[in-house]
Write a protein that binds this ligand. Structure first.
Ligand code: UFG
Length: 325
């Protein structure tokens, strides 16, 4: 299939492009490179360097092209940043998304796979989270993704759109060639591995949460497993499947547990320091992915934390300064 991958120079998008190519699909990346990396786009994949907020530029980039499916990764995606700069989140994740929907429609691309998030749920009272839980985001990031899911619902009703929204839990790990490289880096696993490499400290944001050891619990899912879900989602839309699906392993690990597993994987001691809670962080986010298993035929197959950490550690050692290094 011909697939337009927005944000294909970013962490998850680049791995999906790799997998699409391996499976014989034709991927084209659209990315403004504000956060993505040219080096992350697989060799031989066309890159359209375009800012989705610029409707005219987007129209010009897509003019004369056709795609079967749009995979929409491009977004601002940091919980903490969204608490400081909500406007950026609504602009990049909602307004820019509407531009993409409208311009995709003009060229007849009416199937969407949308990168959504566990942050749409807010602070659920029970665990694991299923898709019928209330969606009450506790930060503008989650709110912006939920708003776009609802917009997609309306496009299904009033236009002929089909979509699958994939609610990622905590993406982690690396493929052989693509890994996590954000500037600034705020995610736990790359920061923990950096600390293992350079002897710096990891700040543990809050140790008084209502969790077994007081630190936040998250469901870490291998980026290659996430990538496979996108390919399955693309096929499933042909069978009439649509809506939102959780993607996680169903197992939660606390910040302290991640640090200690990383010590085992790297064979190094990792220094940690207590730090205040980070605004907007829910205590526990663990997925039930039963719906994805049933409707998409997807099941993670790299689910144990050491496997995920080993792949990230390998990538980190091969790219100590990220893509630039
Ligand atoms: N954390 C620390 N110290 C750090 C960095 C993170 O203690 O230096 C903690 C956070 O407070 C959180 C956990 O580690 O409890 C994981 O934090 P990340 O920043 O790695 O990931 P988040 O859970 O904040 O967010 C990620 C994605 C979001 C997605 C969310 C869903 O960035 O897009 O997972 O679970 F919404």
């Amino acid at each position: 299939m011909k697939v337009l991958v927005t944000g294909g120079a970013g962490y998850i998008g680049s791995v999906v492009c790799e997998r699409l190519r391996e499976e014989g699909h034709d991927a084209t990346v659209l990315d403004d490179l504000s956060q993505g990396h040219r080096e992350a786009v697989p060799v031989g994949t066309e890159l359209l360097e375009t800012d989705l907020r610029d409707r005219r530029a987007l129209r010009a980039s897509l003019s004369g092209r056709s795609f079967d499916v749009v995979m929409h990764f491009a977004a601002s995606s940091l919980v903490g940043e969204s608490m400081k700069d909500p406007g950026r989140y609504f602009e990049n994740n909602v307004s820019a998304g509407i531009n993409l929907l409208e311009e995709s429609r003009r060229i007849g691309a009416d199937r969407f796979v949308f990168s959504s998030t566990a942050a749409t749920y807010g602070e659920p009272e029970r665990s694991p989270i299923t898709e019928d839980f209330p969606t009450i985001p506790t930060n503008p990031y989650g709110e912006s993704k939920l708003m776009f899911e609802r917009i997609l619902d309306w496009y299904v009703r009033v236009r002929d759109l089909r979509y699958v929204a994939l609610r990622y839990f905590n993406a982690a790990g690396a493929s052989g060639t693509c890994g996590e490289d954000h500037d600034p880096e705020t995610h736990l696993i790359p920061l923990v591995l950096k600390a293992a490499a350079d002897g710096g400290k990891v700040h543990v944001f809050g140790d008084d949460y209502p969790t077994p050891d007081g630190t936040c619990v998250r469901d870490y899912i291998h980026v290659l497993d996430l990538a496979d879900a996108h390919l399955k989602a693309m096929e499933a839309m042909d069978r009439g499947v649509g809506g939102a699906f959780n993607l996680g392993n169903g197992a939660g690990f606390s910040v302290t547990e991640v640090i200690s597993a990383a010590e085992d994987v790297t064979g190094r001691r990792i220094r940690k320091a207590r730090a205040p809670r980070r605004p907007g962080d829910p205590p526990t986010l663990v997925a039930s992915s039963a719906r994805a298993e049933e409707a998409l035929g997807w099941k993670p197959c790299r689910e144990d934390l050491p496997t995920i950490l080993e792949s990230a550690w390998r990538w980190h050692r091969e790219h100590p300064r990220g893509y630039g290094g």
